[in-house]
Design a protein around this ligand. Structure first.
Ligand code: TRP
Length: 333
């Protein structure tokens, strides 16, 4: 990443919690591959955030490396962008401490994700879950980020990041860029195959196609996708969410517009539609899977790239942290 170029910075983080769905790919990663000329892009595997729920250490380690490889396999370029692992840049944890001292208990208790997660994790209501948004704010603010692509569920966290940044800037001058949400250009949201009223999600594996699913699994999942009883193939999100979703998946992977697709499928049955969707998805994920297998087969090389990217991230992060330490009065010699 050429730091001296006057481009805005775009920052995104994903938890290393296993596989990525074709929904994540279409809605986020594939779009990111188009942004790297326009912005300085950082993509972070947020392993520290993952620790807010209990992890099996060997699994977390494996998931971290796999997500890193999958990002690259899906088209993000570790030379053009910075793709790195959160815990490799200690400045994240360090800035989090400082920002904890500029964040109020009251505002953290209002976070709906905290309320949801604490209801679900009664047996492990740890302080990390509570301060999760402060770590996220540190991720973003360390890199003087202008734009953060966020879905609905992370909007509140971006809001609190802005509040913390503005609060800090009001006291100490312009230390942080105050980030904004990046709204990607309209793409169809990929919905669950088994419940097409909800987003496709990895927590519901039967309704989700994963980037690393084999062809048989992809066919099986798509064959079982919920449709409806009238046999017409058209887009009608309200009355025919399942069929509309299949058309959108087809369009996203084939490159045909949904109108073209509707023309193509005119007079055909849902079985034929599902077969075409499966073919398109399989053709789309195949090169990603191939690249992924090559990458993961050479762990030494992958590790090298990871370390190299962490070093590049660290140079930027350290600059911001140094400034913050100075501003708040920590003795720096
Ligand atoms: N909290 C985000 C999520 O669960 C992940 C995340 C961590 C993130 N740090 C970030 C997203 C910084 C964007 C920017 O999806």
């Amino acid at each position: 990443m050429k730091q001296l170029e006057n481009k805005k910075t775009l920052y995104s983080g994903v938890q290393p919690s296993g596989n990525i769905t074709i929904g994540n790919y279409i809605g986020a990663i594939r779009q990111f591959t188009l942004l790297s000329d326009q912005y300085n892009c950082l993509f972070c595997v947020v392993d520290l955030h993952a620790l807010t729920v209990r992890q099996i250490p060997a699994e977390l380690r494996r998931n971290t490396l796999e997500l890193f490889a999958l990002y690259i396999a899906a088209g993000l370029d570790p030379q053009k962008n910075i793709i790195y692992c959160q815990s490799h840049v200690p400045e994240h944890a360090e800035l989090t401490w400082i920002l904890n001292c500029f964040t109020y208990m009251g505002e953290l208790s209002r976070m709906t994700q905290f309320k949801d997660k604490s209801a679900r994790n009664q047996d492990n209501l740890n302080a990390g879950l509570f301060t999760y948004p402060v770590l996220m704010a540190s991720d973003i603010l360390l890199y003087q980020t202008s734009l953060v692509p966020v879905g609905e569920d992370q909007r509140q966290h971006l809001e609190i990041t802005r509040d913390i940044a503005e609060r800090f800037n009001n006291i100490y001058g312009n230390v942080f860029v105050v980030p904004e949400a990046y709204i990607p250009k309209e793409t169809s949201k990929i919905l669950s195959l088994s419940d097409p009223l909800r987003k496709m999600s990895k927590s519901e594996p039967d309704g989700a196609v994963f980037l690393l699913d084999n062809a048989d699994d992809i066919r099986r999942k798509i064959r079982r996708a919920v449709t409806d009883s009238d046999a017409e193939i058209r887009i009608d999100i309200e009355n025919k969410p399942g069929v509309s979703n299949l058309l959108q998946i087809y369009s996203a992977f084939s490159g045909e517009s949904t109108d073209e697709a509707i023309g193509r499928f005119e007079g055909q049955g849902y079985g034929q539609l599902k077969k075409a969707v499966s073919d398109a998805v399989i053709a789309g994920v195949e090169p990603i899977q191939k690249r992924y297998q090559e990458l993961i087969a050479d762990k030494g090389m992958l590790h090298q790239q990871m370390m190299n990217n962490a070093e590049r991230a660290r140079q930027i992060a350290a600059r911001t942290l140094r400034k913050v330490y100075k501003k708040v009065g920590l003795y720096q010699g």
